[in-house]
Ligand binder design. Structure first.
Ligand code: S3P
Length: 442
């Protein structure tokens, strides 16, 4: 992303209104392309997120041998089958996407090819050791920069040893990397997750015909097992709207007085809906309508109306189900009555930016009373935040969108140094908000 896009956002002059659909789920989109690449036959994917993160995954998979095309209705992937990935001729550029880099590291570990992966300066600053350390036990070799950062060279193995791994942090990326490596190993790969994280990998592997065994763990959590090598059969995929993307128009509609909107077709996987639970606890006028199952995932329409919010305590065990939603929840808390305590946020420090620090800076620059205690974020809400701040987005799409939402509800205009990174997950965000009447300068 080379062209910077600064933006100044003023309070919306009227309530937001109308019906919108947010782009496809980012996690499911990455996985659908990867699993289709590993499958035999042609997979048709509809609703794929066409954001830059996912396009980077598509680019890397093409280099590894997949044929990926788009027709008027959907994306088509002709897979090459497990064990059949080609050695890439050039460096794999994963852009801004930690999910793409970490999941692909799992796949590459157990294919006998050498590859090099890099990304933009945000991704190059993020820790890869959380996947390279366990994946090295397969017999693959990883060479990283200091601090286990990208660029990364992977020397994969065709005789991978299956892993038994207990997750030290609740991370769907790490769980998925280990499971992806196991697809091409002989024997049982087991991941134990004491705290549940999103299960799109497990669901989609099943959808492609893999036997995924999930059992409860003593003391809580799940044990997930697959026996490799497996064969994946091409299956059509319907990608639901991304609940993480929906959170931005959702919170905007809660905060801009007189708003009343519907966001259609939002994914409601229970391991992703912590924000909706939290907002309801804050007293949000948020209703889920027309709940249904589409493409194996439950989806629904969100009806949102503006109203007063109350401060909340969000417990640490809810973090994985709303890990990407804390910046926008923090904005909601800054406009709520009373104090909010968002607990156990250590993982926010290793996202696209240090999201704990960048969220604090976003709120402080706009007049909020906020502090960090250990890994907890404490926010004293006020009815209408002053705004007027200048926000640095640190190459972080979710921070930029949170700043825009804050600007729509604050007293004074909020300026943001760069909103270009919104394209990684939410192409057309400003247009969608303007369709609802936000009046953001385009
Ligand atoms: C993701 C998992 C989460 C999340 C990321 C997408 C995934 O990361 O923050 O945006 O698709 O598996 P962690 O698993 O590292 O928490």
């Amino acid at each position: 992303m080379t062209v910077q896009r600064p933006l100044t956002v003023s309070a919306s002059s009227a309530g937001l209104a109308g019906r919108v659909q947010v782009p496809g789920d980012k996690s499911i989109s990455h996985r659908s392309l990867m699993f289709a690449t590993l499958a035999h036959g042609t997979t048709r994917i509809s609703g794929l997120l066409e954001g830059e993160d996912v396009l980077c995954t598509a680019g890397a998979l093409r280099q590894l041998g997949a044929r990926i095309m788009r027709d008027e209705k959907c994306w088509l992937v002709e897979g090459c089958g497990i064990g059949q990935l080609k050695e890439p001729q050039d460096v794999l550029d994963m852009g801004n996407s930690g999910t793409a880099a970490r999941l692909l590291a799992g796949l590459l570990a157990t294919h006998p090819i050498v590859s090099v992966m890099t990304g933009d300066s945000s991704l190059r600053s993020r820790p890869m050791g959380r996947v390279t350390v366990p994946l090295s036990e397969t017999g693959a070799r990883f060479v990283t920069r200091q601090g286990q950062r990208l660029p990364l060279t992977v020397e994969g193995t065709g005789k991978g040893k299956p892993l038994h791994y207990r997750l030290p942090v609740a991370s769907a990326q790490v769980k998925s990397a280990v499971l992806l490596a196991g697809l091409n190993c002989h024997g049982e790969t087991v991941v134990e997750e004491p705290i549940l994280s999103r299960d799109h990998t497990e669901n989609m592997l099943r959808h492609f015909g893999v036997d995924v065994r999930v059992d409860p763990l003593e003391g809580g959590g799940r044990r997930i097992a697959i026996t490799g090598p497996v064969t994946l059969q091409a299956r059509d995929v319907i990608v639901p709207g991304d609940p993480s993307s929906a959170s931005f128009p959702l919170v905007a509609a809660l905060l801009v007085p007189e708003s009343d909107i519907v966001i259609e077709g939002v994914g409601l996987n229970p391991l992703r809906t912590g924000l909706f639970v939290s907002l309801k606890e804050m007293g949000a006028h948020l209703d889920i309508l027309n709940e249904r199952v589409e493409g194996g995932e439950s989806v629904g329409d969100l009806r949102v109306k503006a109203g007063t919010l109350r401060g909340i305590t969000v417990p640490p065990d809810r973090v994985p189900s709303m890990i990407d939603e804390y910046p926008i929840l923090a904005v909601a808390c800054a406009f709520a009555e009373g104090e909010s305590r968002l607990q156990g946020l250590a993982e926010l420090r290793v996202k696209e930016s240090d999201r704990l620090a960048s969220t604090v800076a976003l709120l402080e620059a706009n007049g909020a009373n906020v502090r960090v205690e250990g890994d907890d974020l404490i926010i004293h809400g006020q009815e209408r935040l002053l705004g007027g701040g200048h926000v640095k987005s640190h190459m972080d799409h979710r921070l930029a969108m949170s700043a825009i939402v804050l600007g729509l509800a604050a007293k004074r205009p909020v300026s943001i140094d760069d909103t270009a990174f919104i394209e990684t997950s939410f192409p057309g965000f400003v247009d969608l908000m303007n369709h609802l009447g936000a009046g953001i300068p385009a």
